[in-house]
Design a protein around this ligand. Structure first.
Ligand code: NIG
Ligand code: FE
Length: 413
């Protein structure tokens, strides 16, 4: 399907004539829509768009597929800039523990949580991990996702971290979803390093894991979970410095449960994004103001754990670039449904539907350094788009939470 004409589109949304960076402040609330539109795609790229009345007759019908999108909207496919999509097993048992009163942190302290996932992953062959992750990719694609970032971090040993990253590399080959890989060796301390040997594990990440990850070209980014009982700001600082030296830019977990200064370390190293930010103070916002670092909120994690939502309005009002992502993982967000992410952005974080859509498309593309290739309807960009079912308005996407409004996700490799 190299050449494609989508015609009679009820509304073609997410048009940007040219884009020079993530949308900030008031610009985030502007979503350009053409009603009764067409979208022409050549060799997988957007070649033209406009009003149906301006569509001149097609001269070359060879290799041209035509889709009639009467009553339907077309928008850029979602970009999900933060996931842990490769994992061995789901963790419903911890879900029930939390219903009964235990917190995520308490479960982690008992050896559950990330270590639970690491134990399960250690025994699982690479092929099985690929097969399971592919199924999840097929699911999220059907829900509208066209690009995704995937982290390691359930390995926590040299061997198993490399195994995870090789799985992600394989997924890049096998899937038409655009994938970025992040090395998250610093996700949790293995039990044998807890209680005094934590810095030795950081040494292992820096001296053993990173060189191998870099030599095999297995990752695009470096991540660490900066949090009480996990990695300190000093450890984060060391890991990011080493990652940058190895050519990996930071995209990091900070301020999920506590404010430790991780935001400032991220800014110091020009992080592509600082993610979570459920806990955020004025100093953090000030640190982000005027920088290129994007603040990534993960509202499904807040929903699932019943923790605060990232104060995204404060960030938007302070001209910080923001985006929304899923955090798909077996512990805190067992879903990669970006439609629900837009719903929570609106319902719980008081974003307008336009802001929520821009935050899951163009700004999310920038949070994966794909802003020049994806995330908007722009001539020359890859034509990765979603065609909705027949829906009354664009606002219906976040409004009708729980309903799948995506009819088709069209992706080009
Ligand atoms: O982003 N908080 C750190 N990492 C994941 C959860 C990982 C897990 O519980 O398996 C998160 O929420
Ligand atoms: Fe995460």
């Amino acid at each position: 399907m190299a050449n494609l004409l989508i015609k009679n589109i009820k509304g073609l949304a997410g048009i940007l004539e040219d884009n020079t960076g993530p949308l900030r402040g008031e610009a985030l609330g502007k979503l350009e829509v053409i009603e009764n539109a067409f979208l022409a795609i050549e060799d997988g790229k957007i070649s033209m768009y406009g009003k149906m009345e301006d569509l001149s007759g097609v001269t070359d019908w060879t290799n041209l597929e035509i889709i009639d999108a009467d009553g339907k909207y077309v928008l850029p496919a979602f970009c999900d800039s933060h996931t842990h999509l490769v994992f061995a097993k789901t963790r419903e048992e911890e879900f029930v523990d939390r219903i009964k009163g235990l917190s995520y942190e308490e479960i982690g302290k008992k050896g559950g949580g990330i270590l639970n996932s690491a134990r399960k992953l250690a025994d699982m062959p690479e092929e099985q991990l690929v097969e399971d992750a592919l199924k999840r990719l097929v699911l999220v694609k059907s829900q509208g996702t066209g690009a995704i970032e995937i982290k390691s971090g359930y390995g926590l040993s040299v061997e198993a971290e490399l195994k995870m990253l090789r799985v992600i590399k394989k997924l890049k080959e096998l899937s038409d979803v655009t994938i970025k890989a992040t090395f998250l060796g610093a996700h949790a301390f293995p039990t044998e390093y807890k209680g005094g040997r934590e810095d030795e594990y950081v040494d292992l990440i820096i001296n053993e894991m990173l060189p191998k990850v870099a030599a095999e070209g297995l990752a695009d980014y470096i991540d660490a979970f900066c949090e009480r009982n996990y990695f300190t700001t000093e450890q984060l600082d060391r890991i990011l410095a080493a990652g940058l030296k190895a050519g990996l830019k930071p995209k990091i977990h900070v301020n999920q449960f506590s404010i430790m200064g991780g935001v400032q370390v991220g800014v110091k190293y020009n992080a592509v994004s600082v993610d979570h930010l459920e806990e955020l103070n004025d100093d953090d916002v000030k640190a982000l103001n005027g920088t290129s670092t994007i603040a990534t909120a993960l509202p499904m994690c807040s929903f699932f754990l019943s923790i605060p939502y990232t104060p995204i309005r404060q960030l938007i009002d302070n001209n910080v670039a923001v985006n929304l992502a899923s955090d798909f993982n077996p512990g805190t967000t067992p879903s990669g449904n970006m439609q629900f992410v837009t719903a929570l952005g609106c319902i719980k974080m008081k974003m307008t539907p336009e802001e929520a859509i821009n935050s899951t498309t163009i700004n999310a593309a920038y949070a994966m350094e794909l802003g020049n290739e994806l995330g908007s309807i722009t001539v020359g960009k890859k034509a990765n788009v979603v065609i909705t079912k027949e829906i009354p308005s664009l606002n219906f996407i976040p409004y009708a939470f729980g309903e799948d409004v995506v009819e088709q996700t069209i992706l080009f490799k």
